[in-house]
Design a binder for this molecule. Structure first.
Ligand code: ADE
Ligand code: ZN
Length: 335
């Protein structure tokens, strides 16, 4: 199974680039930017990665991102993640970035997007990994602030496929961002959002009906509302599930109790993702391996999950079909 997973062609659809910041690279970049960080060693950093809830994690995650200053920093961060994609047979990835985490500190939007997108171009060329970018608004900030970010993004619109919504969910419902999402869609961005990770099923309804999202990030709490589940299936919208994130943030107490198999069983379309791999103990393949073991997933289940990852990506139909053919060939040869 491990071998089958490692070689399985797949896409990653829920990944925060700031969440790929491994302690080793964080130290190196902090040093070259002459920024002091409060941890003395990699072991000390790793020991701090114990979270009771989403907010606990976010506090540490925003601190880590604070050492990113130059275009090269964003390039190195992104290229390092894309190399891991290549090593794991992640053929395509849809990368979220949080511009406000950086523009708030005086880093220009241009620096962030240029570093990230140059790494994506180089990875396509050198590693054969394709990618699309998702600009995520921070939901703990105001809608006005999100509007500023939308404005800043416009000169770089051709580099960005979609908008997302992340950060502290409780108390920050999707409806808070109705207008900026409408404006973003008018600019050609595809609307996506985190919903139902810690927040209630009601937030998932809002994300669907008010923000008109095309994919749900997490969506675990959708299961609390049968009518909602039916509606997600009717609209053919996928949930990007993140098993190791869910246990690290105590959204799920134990992987054996993870609702993934139930989701699949009732007809929800789900994908497997790492969310913030540097913080939650594993890249996408480790997520696949851990959930396969915990829920005794079959090769057919794994194939289904990989198929969804291409099917519900934001790629055009031609590119999707190429990846789906590659997956089908792999499955036929390895069943
Ligand atoms: N930002 C990075 N990871 C996140 C998550 N799992 N939920 C909300 N915001 C995030
Ligand atoms: Zn996320």
């Amino acid at each position: 199974m491990k071998h089958f997973i490692e070689n399985l062609p797949k896409a990653e659809l829920h990944l925060h680039i700031e969440g790929t910041f491994e302690p080793e690279l964080m130290f190196a970049i902090a040093q070259r930017n002459a920024i002091a960080i409060k941890y003395k060693s990699i072991e000390e950093i790793k020991a701090a990665y114990q979270f009771d809830c989403l907010q606990d994690f976010l506090d540490i995650y925003y601190q880590g991102a604070g050492v990113l200053i130059t275009e090269k920093d964003f390039y190195d961060l992104t290229y390092s993640y894309l190399q891991k994609c290549a090593a794991q047979n992640v053929r395509h990835t849809e990368i979220m970035f949080d511009p406000q985490t950086h523009t708030e500190r005086g880093i220009s939007f241009e620096t962030v997007i240029t570093g990230i997108s140059k790494a994506c171009n180089d990875a396509k060329e050198n590693l054969g990994v394709s990618s699309l970018l998702i600009m995520s608004y921070l939901r703990h900030l105001s809608e006005e602030d999100a509007f500023k970010t939308l404005q800043q993004s416009l000169p770089f619109k051709h580099l960005i496929a979609a908008v997302g919504l992340d950060s502290s969910e409780k108390g920050n419902p999707p409806s808070k961002f109705q207008q900026v999402f409408e404006a973003s869609v008018k600019e050609g961005y595809i609307p996506l959002a985190h919903a139902g990770e810690e927040g209630p099923a009601e937030y998932v309804w809002e994300a669907l009906d008010i923000l008109k999202i095309k994919r749900i990030d997490h969506g675990n709490n959708s299961l609390q509302d049968e009518a909602l589940v039916k509606e997600i299936i009717r609209r053919d919208i996928a949930l990007t599930v993140c098993p190791l994130s869910n246990t690290a943030l105590q959204v799920v107490d134990n992987l054996k109790n993870h609702p993934l198999k139930k989701m699949m069983g009732i007809g929800l379309k789900v994908t497997i993702n790492s969310d913030d791999p540097a913080y939650f103990g594993g890249q996408v393949n480790q997520n696949f391996i851990a959930i396969q073991e915990a829920l005794q997933l079959t090769k057919n289940d794994l194939y289904e999950l990989a198929k969804n990852s291409f099917q519900y990506s934001l790629l055009d139909t031609v590119a999707k079909q190429q990846y789906l053919d590659e997956l089908d060939n792999y499955y036929k040869d390895n069943i």
